[in-house]
Design a protein around this ligand. Structure first.
Ligand code: MF3
Ligand code: CO
Length: 284
C-alpha cells in the first residue's frame, strides 16, 4: 500500500500521539482501521450525548402515552412536538423524502413504517417506535418495542429475545475488536431461539450525520470488518424475524419494509460510543 493511501499518518516533523502510533501500527499490520473522521472528539461526543438525552425523552414520552386505539399519526405528533419544543429536529422528517418525524413499525413491518391516521393500534400488536434526533447538528438514534394489551406469548418472546440480541451485541463489541464480532454474537443468539436476522438493513455510524460508516451488520464472522476504536459512535439495531429473514421493500410508499412470510419482526436500537473500557450507551 502506497504512503498516500494510508488513513493514519502524521506530517513529517510532527510527533504522533500514542493513539496515532497505535492506529498506524494496526494499519501497518493490515487491519481495517477506521478513518480519522470516524473518531469523535470529546466535544462531539458530548454533543451527541445531549442529542441522545432529547431522543430518550421522546421515547419515554411515547412509552407513557402509547395505548390501544391510538393512531400512529398521533405518535408522530407527540414526537414532533416534544422534539421541537426541546430545540431539536426529528431526523427522519424529510430525510431522503421520508414524510414524517418517526418510524412506526407494527407486527410484520420490519422497519420504516410511516405514521398515518388510518393505522390504529390494537390489542395484541407489537410496535417498534424508531426515534432519531438532531440537536445542534448532532444526531442520535434509538428504538424500542411496545406491546399493546395482551400479546401472544410467541410475540412476547420475540420482543424479549430481540432485546437480548441488542445487549449481547453490545457486550461483544470490544475496544480494538471488530464489527463482525457484534453480528456474530447477535445471529448466534437469534438462531438459538429459532429466529432469523434481517440482512438487508444494518446498524450504522452516527453522530455528525444520520448514517455514517461503518455498516454494522447483525450477522457476521468474528475478527472481520472494521476495527472498533475508542471515539467511534454507532448504532446496533437488530431486526429479528419470527420466521424467515427475507423482507419486502414497499413499491407503493417507497419506505415500508415487511417480512416476506408475513410473520412478526422486532427491533431494539441504541446509539453507542466506544471507549477504552467498552461500549457506553448514549441513548439511555
Ligand atoms: N431510524 C432508522 C435507523 O435506525 C432510519 C430511518 S430513515 C427514515 O437507521 F427516513 F425512515 F427515517
Ligand atoms: Co439507526
Amino acid at each position: 500500500m502506497g504512503k498516500g493511501y494510508r488513513k493514519w499518518f502524521v506530517k513529517s516533523g510532527v510527533v504522533p500521539t500514542e493513539f496515532e502510533k497505535k492506529m498506524m501500527e494496526y494499519e501497518r499490520r493490515g487491519y481495517l482501521v477506521p478513518p480519522r473522521k470516524l473518531i469523535k472528539t470529546a466535544e462531539q461526543i458530548e454533543g451527541i450525548r445531549l442529542s441522545g438525552l432529547v431522543n430518550t425523552g421522546v421515547l419515554d414520552l411515547i412509552e407513557k402515552e402509547i395505548k390501544i386505539g391510538m393512531s400512529t399519526e398521533e405518535i408522530d405528533k407527540l414526537v414532533y412536538d416534544y422534539t421541537v419544543s426541546h430545540g431539536a429536529i426529528p431526523a427522519p422528517l424529510n430525510y431522503e423524502g421520508f414524510p414524517k418525524s418517526v418510524c412506526t413499525s407494527i407486527n410484520e413491518v420490519v422497519c420504516h413504517g410511516i405514521p398515518n391516521p388510518k393505522t390504529i393500534l390494537k390489542e395484541g400488536d407489537i410496535i417498534n417506535v424508531d426515534v432519531s434526533t438532531i440537536l445542534n447538528g448532532y444526531y442520535s438514534d434509538a428504538s424500542r418495542m411496545f406491546c399493546l394489551g395482551k400479546v401472544s406469548p410467541e410475540k412476547q418472546r420475540l420482543v424479549d429475545v430481540t432485546k437480548e440480541c441488542l445487549k449481547i451485541g453490545m457486550e461483544a463489541a470490544k475496544p480494538y475488536g471488530f464489527v463482525g464480532d457484534i453480528g456474530f454474537a447477535i445471529e448466534q443468539h437469534a438462531r438459538k431461539n429459532g429466529y432469523s436476522v434481517v440482512r438487508d438493513l444494518t446498524g450504522h455510524g452516527v453522530g455528525l450525520a444520520f448514517h455514517e460508516e461503518p455498516e454494522v451488520c447483525h450477522f457476521g464472522k468474528p475478527h472481520t470488518g472494521m476495527m472498533l476504536v475508542p471515539g467511534m459512535v454507532f448504532t446496533i439495531e437488530p431486526m429479528i424475524n419470527m420466521g424467515k429473514c427475507a423482507v419486502i421493500f414497499s413499491q407503493k410508499d417507497g419506505w415500508t419494509v415487511t417480512t416476506r412470510d408475513g410473520l412478526p419482526s422486532a427491533q431494539w436500537e441504541h446509539t453507542f460510543v466506544m471507549t477504552e473500557e467498552g461500549l457506553e450507551i448514549l441513548t439511555y
